[in-house]
Design a protein around this ligand. Structure first.
Ligand SMILES: C[S@@+](CC[C@H](N)C(=O)[O-])C[C@H]1O[C@@H](n2cnc3c(N)ncnc32)[C@H](O)[C@@H]1O
Length: 872
């Protein structure tokens, strides 16, 4: 079909208009947001006039690109080398701060900063000009190395993502970043979002919990820090990544699996109800003994054994007590479970009966029942009881609580969030944020470290939570940690605020009296829903909701066009007039913009300010809690909120963030009675993760597990099969779990809401097992069926998805294939100190490789890039 010219013109015009809309959305910052923070940042003296102006103006600008190198696969030097070829790398300037904690000097500093800011602005202009000159000279982008990030592994690029994609100058860098990102070698992450995991100061053997972890950028950092200590991926630490959303947790798993970390557990719990896990360190006793043998210190060993025996006696006493409690709780849970199961059964039966009546599909229901029975034989608590004999409650060394928040610190990333901003968000979130943080501290070891963070500016979600926690646990048990030394490393932030006001939705007394009647409640709810829907419709006609998704934009664009058409028909206008009216769209948008502003100002009138809880009338007390208000003078002195860290966007050209670091005092007595044992949600949709051994024991297979794993997969005989887990008795997927995680999972895994654990290492196909791409590096350390081959052979296998005839390889290799015999194997090559692995199957006539399309492309371009470019 030949496209109609007028149509093309129209679409061009529409595109231009959309660009205009985009600009407008960037210009309007919610008046409510401005009003709220004018009071809570400017009028309370936290910011000076100049700073306030900068704060507002920077909100409308886009974020620069920041990323960090993950330090996996011993690739750090290689990635740095490549970056230095693609960019000009500069170091971030450090600021010297000798008197960080002195309040008065800080105030002076703020004033100085204001002046500095002005000077800086001019300097920046000059810098930008000089950079531009340099860039045009070198024609290379400038990357700033962030001085405060460990091993200086993080970088900032002054331009945002859209420019990075569009401009020719960045093409090579963008291409390289894309490739390395999909390999897990770099991770793009907002600058200030990198701070909370840093503050945990991760050590090699730490047990770490990330309570609200999805989509996982901070979890990746936690693993990265573990790997900084231990390049062989066998650290004795554990990282547990929890999130309430299964969908988001799956995204998280896809990200973290690239990091090849075997002691990772992804769970699905509401963080405020996260259970206390049990661990059995006895499981790794053999390994501990081996280590001792290696040391050859027999005498010391004997002493240790004696000491251990003594300890064991004490521990046994404690364990017995714990066991009793567990048994009690188990019995309770069992009863509850039984009741629930019975109820569910009844429900299911009812449903099945209905289906039966409607469809007469009796056979289907029978099949379903069979499947259910099969599943429950493995899953049911009765048949697969955990052996709690040697188990102890597991407390964590480090906990991150990056709680769900109103997110107003992320407007530079997602400006549309500004449109729906409301102070009600923080009021609604505060109780949950407190509950999550409280649970985190309960799960922490004495002496352990806890980090609370949000991407919100709001003191109700930040300082108010910190005070509430300190009040709840007591300052003798929980201390707020001063992190000001990070300023010396070049990180810019200010302390917490001590003075703020609370804003809330103002409902008229009449309405609030009506509130009690259910009918009115429903009516109000429906009215509000309708109002919101209409409001959204209005907004949708003016704003494009998603800047990035062009397809969606096209749909909304055409939607707008159609709406306009209808208006014209009603108004009786011709098509030409319609086009003219399109040209005048700028004016129309201006009008709509005013309408929205008016609407927002109207809304603003519906909000009311409170200085203290005494002023809060009864009708507001459902939403506003006394803990949401600022501390009094005594409390200010007691709680030291200046130790909190506030990151405002103009400090280092970033988003906004709040971070507070706590340590649980050593003498914090843990109340074991509070313990809530495993509580696997009956609605959790995944089959339980169980040790591979269990399946073999239960199913009485013809071939033994040893035969299948040791012989067919060619795994070393000293490998502990307890490290392998699976989900179903079909053995579809096999996961390798590190030793530390094994101590938590063995015997109890089927009681947990586990989304994923460890690394996916093998898969069952029609022809038998084969290795899986993600787990090659880790499992290769135990696999006999592997060969080191020249890089050319890997490239040859990567270039085609078809099997390659064995005769196409040279004779030496062919002989090796014969020696290895047919079956799954791993091919490995080392190039520029980096190890590359691929999973293959040696067939009678052919060699097949198993690698997904994207990784195939990436690895290929990486190897070819290395071969061609780096040599030059
Ligand atoms: C701010 S995001 C976390 C971002 C994450 N830490 C990162 O760096 O990628 C908050 C997360 O909390 C999760 N969430 C919300 N309510 C929760 C709850 N009650 N328990 C656990 N997670 C929750 C959301 O699904 C969301 O993924």
């Amino acid at each position: 079909m030949i496209p109609n010219n007028s149509l093309i013109d129209n679409t061009k015009k529409k595109r231009k208009l959309n660009d205009k809309r985009k600009e407008y959305t960037q210009q309007i910052l919610s008046p409510l947001f401005v009003e709220y923070y004018k009071k809570n940042l400017l009028e309370n003296g936290y910011l000076g006039e100049e700073e306030w102006k900068t704060f507002l103006s920077i909100q409308k600008t886009k974020l620069p690109t920041t990323f960090h190198i993950t330090n996996i696969e011993k690739s750090l030097d290689h990635v740095k080398q490549c970056l230095s070829k693609l960019c000009v790398i500069k170091d971030q300037k450090k600021i010297s701060t000798n008197s960080i904690n002195e309040d008065e000097k800080e105030k002076e500093k703020i004033k100085e900063k204001e002046k500095e800011n002005e000077d800086e602005k001019e300097k920046e202009k000059e810098n930008v000009q000089s950079k531009e000159k340099e860039q045009s000279l070198n024609d290379l982008p400038i990357l700033t190395r962030l001085s405060w990030y460990p091993k200086q592994n993080a970088y900032q690029l002054a331009v945002d993502r859209s420019i990075l994609k569009k401009k020719a100058k960045f093409e090579n860098l963008q291409e390289y970043m894309k490739r390395t990102e999909s390999q897990g070698l770099i991770i793009r992450q907002e600058l200030v979002s990198m701070v909370p995991p840093l503050m945990l100061e991760i050590q090699k053997n730490d047990y770490v919990l990330d309570l609200c972890s999805a989509p996982g950028s901070k979890t990746c950092q936690l693993i990265e820090f573990m790997l900084n200590h231990d390049q062989d991926n066998f650290s004795k630490g554990i990282v547990i990544a929890n999130d309430v959303s299964i969908k988001r947790s799956n995204t998280l798993y896809h990200r973290i699996r690239k990091l090849n970390y075997p002691n990772i557990l992804v769970t699905n719990y509401k963080a405020q109800w996260f259970p206390k896990f049990l661990e059995n360190r006895e499981i790794n006793k053999k390994e501990i003994q081996d280590e001792k043998e290696k040391e050859n210190e027999d005498e010391k060993e004997k002493e240790k054994i004696k000491e251990k025996e003594k300890e064991n006696e004490d521990e046994k006493k404690i364990e017995k007590e714990i066991e009793k409690e567990i048994e009690k709780e188990e019995k309770k849970e069992e009863k509850e479970n039984e009741i629930e199961i019975e109820k569910e059964k009844e429900k299911k039966e009812e449903k099945e009966m209905e289906i039966e009546k409607i469809n007469g599909m009796e056979t289907k229901i029978k099949n379903n029942n069979k499947e259910l029975k099969e599943n429950t034989t493995v899953n049911s608590p009765k048949t697969n009881k955990p052996k709690f004999q040697n188990y102890k409650i597991m407390y964590l060394d480090k906990i991150l609580s990056d709680v769900p928040c109103s997110g107003d610190g992320t407007f530079r990333k997602n400006f549309t969030g500004s449109e729906t901003w409301s102070p009600q968000l923080a009021l609604g979130l505060h109780p949950m944020q407190f509950q999550i943080a409280k649970r985190g501290i309960e799960l922490l070891k004495p002496g352990g470290r806890f980090v609370y963070s949000t991407c919100s500016f709001n003191p109700i979600e930040n300082e108010a939570i910190i005070i509430r926690l300190l009040k709840h646990f007591g300052t003798d048990k929980l201390k707020l940690i001063d992190c000001s030394h990070w300023k010396n490393k070049g990180l810019k932030f200010t302390g917490g605020m001590t003075n703020w006001k609370v804003m809330a939705l103002n409902k008229s007394p009449q309405k609030s009296n009506d509130y009690n009647s259910n009918k009115n409640k429903k009516r109000n709810r429906n009215r509000n829903r309708k109002r919101n829907r209409n409001r959204k419709r209005k907004l949708n006609t003016i704003y494009r909701k998603n800047d990035e998704d062009e397809e969606e934009n096209n749909i909304t664009q055409s939607g707008i066009g159609r709406e306009r058409g209808i208006e014209n028909e009603e108004g009786g206008k011709s098509k030409k007039e319609d086009e003219k009216s399109m040209e005048k769209e700028g004016e129309k948008i201006q009008i709509s913009k005013n309408e929205i502003q008016e609407e927002k100002i109207e809304n603003k009138k519906k909000f009311i300010w409170f200085d203290s809880y005494d002023q809060v009338p009864e009708t507001f007390q459902r939403k506003i809690q006394p803990e949401m208000f600022p501390p009094n003078q005594e409390e200010i002195k007691k709680y030291h909120l200046e130790k909190c860290m506030r990151f405002l966007p103009f400090y280092q050209n970033s988003g906004g963030f709040f971070v507070a670091v706590f340590e649980k005092n050593e003498d914090f007595k843990i109340k074991e009675k509070q313990n809530k044992m495993y509580n696997k949600d009956p609605k959790f949709p995944y089959k339980p993760l169980i040790p591979l051994k269990t399946i073999y024991q239960e199913k009485n297979r013809q071939t033994s597990l040893e035969e299948e794993i040791y012989n067919k997969l060619g795994i070393n005989e000293n490998f502990d099969l307890n490290n392998l887990y699976t989900r179903s008795n079909k053995l579809k997927n096999i996961y390798f779990v590190g030793d530390s995680l094994k101590t938590v999972l063995l015997g109890c895994s089927s009681y947990l809401n586990i989304i994923n654990a460890g690394i996916h290492v093998a898969k069952m196909e029609n022809y038998g097992f084969r290795f899986v791409e993600t787990g090659l590096k880790i499992i290769s350390q135990f696999v006999k069926r592997q060969m080191q081959v020249p890089t050319e052979i890997i490239i040859k296998l990567l270039k085609t998805t078809d099997p390659i005839d064995r005769n196409e390889f040279d004779k030496q290799l062919q002989d090796k294939f014969v020696k290895l015999q047919n079956g799954p194997a791993i091919f490995k090559t080392i190039h520029q100190n980096i190890e590359y692995f691929i999973s293959v199957y040696i067939g009678r006539n052919n060699i097949s490789s198993f690698i997904d399309k994207a990784s195939r492309k990436n690895m290929l371009s990486d190897l070819e890039y290395l071969k061609n470019e780096l040599k030059n």
